[in-house]
Design a protein around this ligand. Structure first.
Ligand code: ZN
Ligand code: ZN
Length: 171
């Protein structure tokens, strides 16, 4: 989806969000500069800003020197772009940061400072993915080994009759 031109209402604090043009990415972001400091990313915009080498100077500038209202980050949010309920997702296996994703239009809402925290988690997305794989292997891999072991044991524990049966059946 292309940049939305309409003014968005912040899903966290209800204030009008400000369109901030980010020249390095050529993207208009919706930032809650008058309310809670949250940022709304249209579909696919977020990946232009989540890695450490990507320039977020303009975003930081738009938020610098302001105090923001505290919002309840655990509350359910409604996508300001399409009106669907947003879903909370952890940004990594460490589950320290939760963002709100819209599965209907692909939008994403980050509370104040979450972008900085997300970028601090990993240098880039390859490292983020590698960490997930390591985690998946550590859990699922172990279970698979366990299944394998049980299977081997089951074969070893077959009775003489079973052995004969499986031999005939070619198993
Ligand atoms: Zn807000
Ligand atoms: Zn949406």
């Amino acid at each position: 989806m292309a940049d939305t031109l309409k003014t968005l209402i912040c899903p966290a604090c209800g204030k009008e969000m400000e369109k901030v043009f980010i020249p390095s990415q050529g993207i208009n972001l919706d930032i809650c500069t008058k309310g809670c400091g949250g940022i709304y990313f249209d579909n696919r915009e977020f990946k232009e800003f989540d890695e450490q080498h990507e320039d977020i100077t303009k975003i930081i500038e738009s938020l610098a020197g302001k105090t923001f209202e505290k919002v309840d980050t655990t509350q359910e949010r409604i996508c300001p772009n399409c009106g669907a309920k947003m879903v909370k997702n952890s940004t990594s296996i460490h589950k320290q940061i939760e963002v709100d994703d819209c599965y209907v239009c692909g939008g994403k809402f980050l509370d104040n400072e979450e972008l900085i925290k997300i970028r601090a988690e990993y240098e880039n997305n390859e490292q983020r993915d590698a960490d997930i794989l390591k985690y998946v292997y550590a859990t699922v891999g172990k279970e698979l080994d366990e299944v394998d072991k049980r299977h081997t044991e089951a074969i070893q524990n077959r009775t003489a009759t079973q052995k004969l049966f499986y031999k005939i059946m070619g198993m």
